[in-house]
Design a protein around this ligand. Structure first.
Ligand code: FAD
Length: 432
């Protein structure tokens, strides 16, 4: 008899809640990972940095576990079918995993839990991705917060050592099932190598200490770029919060935004159904011009800060947060394109793509979200560039042809677009 630990977006062996509980169970633990073809078949390209990242993270874990004569048993397929074969191969008594809060993950886990039950096995899942879950931070009236500031205040009040204590998995590695693993190549998974470099997840304390002053300037290396690690769990959020508490409160706030949006999704699952958090925003008559959308996607709007951001995204899979806000505002307000188009484009391209943070960011920019910018606040892209990239360093990095004839003229007059947006928003919102 064995227990299984199922890795998903928690790709580390240190301070991993579900793995800890699995290792403490009565039965030797077999760690598994499934390259889920339900998810992979929807990816637009065979060169996907995220799949490459996951593959490298699994190789790393496998090599760490090999020191205990164990490893990761890797499968490719639909989780329901893989579990069927696992139950045929092993006498499984318990399955351990960490909770997933996205729509697909919830449904998948319900199915596997049910399947396990039929086979007489227990299914356990643990909080690991967030510090607090949906019912842990509530207002005095017992309802979830929809505004960040009071949420973060309560979050900080409630935080104590208990919530950030590391799970000492290493004490129990002797309970791993001994076996010889064989990790399939990336090609075998159906993907190709990308330019992604799997850097060791680490904290750059200099960046964190100077974060408050430097985080808004895209030309400076002023943010941690840890988002991909927090997305796939190659870093523990508990550890990140401990570092933030010791070094910088502004950075801690960003980690709280992450928890906040995850809990918005958990408490208001309708946002996972393609709907605006504020329903009246679904009455806005978007222009949705496809040729204009194409200019935005490819970074050819003629607004340098917008184009630099989109080119950074297209080339690297990353975009600085300040610039994410600017390009999102430009799409929703200046072009009057449905924020869901932008959300979907980011979902394809971002290495750190996470449903809750991305949806939160887009609904913030369009004005339709919880605690969003009021709709009449429209970013002026040139003024933003002047403020945050005065020396054009970031812009010139991504648009070397800035001053030549080959760079397009602005696709619209921002003043006109701003007024048009205010009018269309006002009309849409008046419908309720
Ligand atoms: P740092 O500035 O060093 O921040 C530390 C960590 O805090 C980040 O790694 C991230 O995990 C978290 N964080 C920071 N800001 C936010 C935020 N506003 N919301 C939630 N978490 C935050 N972030 C994603 O992780 N995935 C997304 O898909 C995503 N989509 C976005 C879409 C839009 C339109 C906008 C405006 C923002 C989006 N963000 C998203 C938030 C933010 O831009 C990125 O987390 C940040 O740029 C990542 O860089 P960093 O790791 O250097 O962050």
């Amino acid at each position: 008899p064995i227990s299984i630990f199922w890795f998903r977006r928690d790709l580390r062996i240190e301070d991993n809640a579900g793995l800890f509980h699995a290792l403490k169970s009565e039965y030797p633990t077999l760690p598994i990972f499934i390259f889920d073809t339900e998810i992979l078949s929807k990816l637009p390209s065979k060169q996907d940095r995220r799949v490459d990242f996951i593959h490298q993270a699994i190789l790393r874990i496998d090599s760490q576990l090999s020191k205990s004569d164990s490893g990761v048993e890797v499968h490719i397929g639909k989780p329901s079918e893989i579990f069927k074969s696992l139950f045929e191969k092993y006498e499984i008594k318990e399955i351990f995993t960490n909770k997933d809060y996205e729509k697909y993950g919830i449904k998948r886990d319900e199915e596997i839990a049910e399947f396990a039950k039929i086979h007489g096995a227990k299914f356990h899942s643990f909080k690991d991705q967030t510090i607090f879950e949906k019912n842990e931070i509530l207002s005095g009236a017992g309802t979830p917060y929809t505004v960040f500031t009071p949420y973060s205040r309560k979050w900080k009040e409630k935080l104590n050592d208990f919530y950030v204590k590391a799970y000492p998995t290493e004490k129990y590695f002797k309970n791993l099932l001994c076996f010889k693993s064989e990790i399939p190549s990336l090609e075998r998974v159906g993907f190709e190598k990308t330019d992604l470099i799997f850097d060791k997840p680490d904290y750059n304390l200099k960046i964190i200490e100077n974060y408050t002053e430097k985080r808004d300037f895209p030309a400076i290396n002023g943010t941690t770029k840890l988002s991909i690690h927090l997305r796939f769990g190659t870093l523990s959020i508990r550890e990140a919060v401990k570092v933030a508490m010791q070094h910088n409160d502004t950075w801690l706030n960003e980690l709280i935004w992450r928890d906040f949006y995850m809990n918005i999704l958990a408490n208001f699952p309708q946002i996972g159904e393609n709907r605006s958090f504020r329903p009246e925003y679904d009455n806005i008559k978007w222009r949705n011009n496809e040729a204009e959308f194409e200019k935005w996607c490819s970074g050819n709007t003629g607004f340098p800060i917008v184009d630099a951001g989109m080119r950074e995204l297209n080339e690297t899979g990353f975009m600085h947060n300040r610039v994410r806000m600017i390009v999102a505002s430009f799409l929703c307000k200046d072009l009057l394109i449905d924020w869901r188009w932008g959300e979907a484009y980011f979902a394809q391209k971002l290495n750190d793509y996470d449903f809750s943070a991305n949806n939160g960011g887009w609904q913030w920019a369009s004005g339709s979200g919880c605690d969003a910018a009021p709709y009449f606040r429209v970013f002026n892209p040139d003024a933003q560039a002047l403020k945050f990239d005065k020396e054009l360093k970031y812009i010139k990095k991504w648009i070397p042809e800035l001053n030549s004839f080959s760079y397009p003229k602005p696709m619209l007059d921002h003043k006109m677009a701003r007024e048009r947006a205010l009018k269309v928003y006002k009309e849409g919102l008046a419908k309720i």
